[in-house]
Design a protein. Sequence first.
Length: 114
Amino acid sequence: MTATEPRPNVLDPNCASRRLLERLTHKWSILVVYALRERPLRHSELLRLLEGVSQKVLTETLRAMERDGVVERRTVDAMPPYAEYALTGLGQSLSEPLDAICRWAMDHIDATAR
């Protein structure tokens, strides 16, 4: 960022940081990061863990997260070969604040569910 460029502002609808925040806080993106925080998982494992997501939506979510550099897809040379998804360093840096939000939601469900 140069001195003439405005600082990023997530409150500005034209700011790229706002668009990134919108992608990262999408319901399934948050849950994918939460699911991958401890270890890589196969697509089928994620589909099972994230009850309610369709295969198509999960695939689209994972591809978008790959484009953003949050998730990486690895092909495992096994018999038969398979792919798994893992958080990148950037994704790992996102997992701590999202983990806190998820824990908050689980801890306060009784106080907020009406």
